[in-house]
Unconditional design. Sequence first.
Length: 166
Amino acid sequence: MNNRLNNEIRIPTLRLIDQNGNQLGIVSNSYAKSLAENAGLDLVEISPTANPPVCKIMDFGKFKFQQEKKQKEEKSKQFIVKTKEIQFHPNVQFHDYEYRLEHAKEFLEQGHKVKACVVYRGREMNYRSKGEEILKKFVEDLSGIGLVEQSNNLEGNTLSVILRKV
């Protein structure tokens, strides 16, 4: 937000709010500047699109600091959903499958999406049905925790499914 202050404000009449939040009504620009100067504060244009524009007498440095603090606080409260990828091969062993399944459960409980991929190497592409079975079992094992957002999608040598938290 780019606020104009003091001498940058060139509108002849404006709606003025004093440092205590009281509305002083529509006043001339020079009168508003003199009030701000007498108070030792800045005249800040708050709403330039209003008719007449709204200005407030305040300490601009303090105002700017509080705005930045509020933006940082809002940014820290945001949760960014990440997509975590888990890879299998068509000949995955039981222990490896279980280990990756536990990681997927943790990721879903944290609120992330999980992309489960079966990567085919060389002649493994001839056994696409094995990869489909692994992903089907994976989705069934996570049925209480995750929902399928995008089902079996074959891209090149990778078959994938995307799950999100229920």
